[in-house]
Design a protein around this ligand. Sequence first.
Ligand code: NAD
Length: 396
Amino acid sequence: MNITMLGTGLIGRNYTTALHAGRSRDRVTAVYGRSNESVQSFAREFGIDHATTDMHSAISDPATELVVVGLPNHLHETAVMAAVKAGKGVLCTKPLGRNAAEAYRMLQAVEQAGVFAGYLEDLVYTPKTLKALRSVAAGALGTVLWARSRETHPGPHSDWFFDKQLSGGGAIIDMGSHCIEIARNFIGKHIRPVEVMCWGDTQVHPIDAEDHAVGMVRYENGAMGQFECSWSFRGGMDLRDEVSGTEGTIWLNHWLRTGFEMFTATGQNGYVAEKAEGDKGWLFPVGDEEASLGYPTMFDDMFAAYDAKIAPMETFYDGYVVNAIMDAAYASMQTKRWEAVQLTDWRGASDVPHVSVRRDYDADFHIIKEELMADGSTKVILRHKLTRALEQRVQR
Ligand SMILES: NC(=O)c1ccc[n+]([C@@H]2O[C@H](COP(=O)([O-])OP(=O)(O)OC[C@H]3O[C@@H](n4cnc5c(N)ncnc54)[C@H](O)[C@@H]3O)[C@@H](O)[C@H]2O)c1
């Protein structure tokens, strides 16, 4: 695959590193950046022939098939529309838009033009997450009731993130977008997100947007997606997911607690891992950052889907749904009430029943709980099917 990379910042670098890793045949062959100096140096470092400060020239390069958008959020729509106009497939990083209206225009544009499009939500593609999703699909957790996802760190690395007009918001649009899509994948993308309750505040950065937020997304079947995102967290980058179902639980740690812990009194005089705060004392390096964040597996899925002319696992439609959920979160932050998720185009299931688990104890009773106690007895708590009366039996 020959690729045009738009952006040479943090994500442009991460994507290109992942794309060129190992003996990969996929190459970034054209790159766009804002400053000539940085785009030229990026091109030299990664061996890219066509380096330019003209976005349209990079997009229309005849040698490339797919355009990857790794630009600040306010430029996603411009870049996607330009790729569509050039008849190129387009992969866009998160968030798809600054709001659902922007995301929906991008979705409509790729669908009407019939060009291939993928939503680069890497964190649902980490090897751990893909395996966990397979376990959930195989029924290992029963019905997922609660999916909690956290992304927190001390704040982003570029000025535009802190400008609400350019980014579309603060920690929610930046990191809540990941958490929301992770929860959607575990709960089931076909289940409609109905409403959102969200708290957000500006705690430590002198900015207009929220730098900390916690929200709950209620799905039609009663499942809860919980997102926790912060730019005020100290200690590096915390990426964690917890999934709780009627029959099981999954906990995932993607950063900090990956099983690589190191103490150094002297320090190593340099980079340890993304968003690490310092290089002395106890450190939590990450073995392969790109793989841990899901980039190689994400691009594998995108390219396989492109070759097979099918939709990838993460589509622009998913990006649009995530934006609609975030719009509701921002509304709820203001009103302090549950706010409806406004989806003018819902493509999932409708009238999904509320989750309900009833286990028979015998012909007359449902069992609520059974527990082995410290004194060796077993407590069984029952409810009569007709009278609904509770009963506790202790078996020794
Ligand atoms: N895990 C992820 O999926 C992930 C991680 C980081 C960033 N992102 C996303 O990638 C996009 C870019 O983020 P980043 O961290 O690479 O940003 P960055 O600031 O590190 O890089 C931005 C790039 O865009 C270029 N640019 C062009 N016009 C610009 C303008 N008007 N203002 C600022 N930069 C301009 C810059 O030259 C630079 O190459 C954002 O949408 C962000 O949300 C995704």
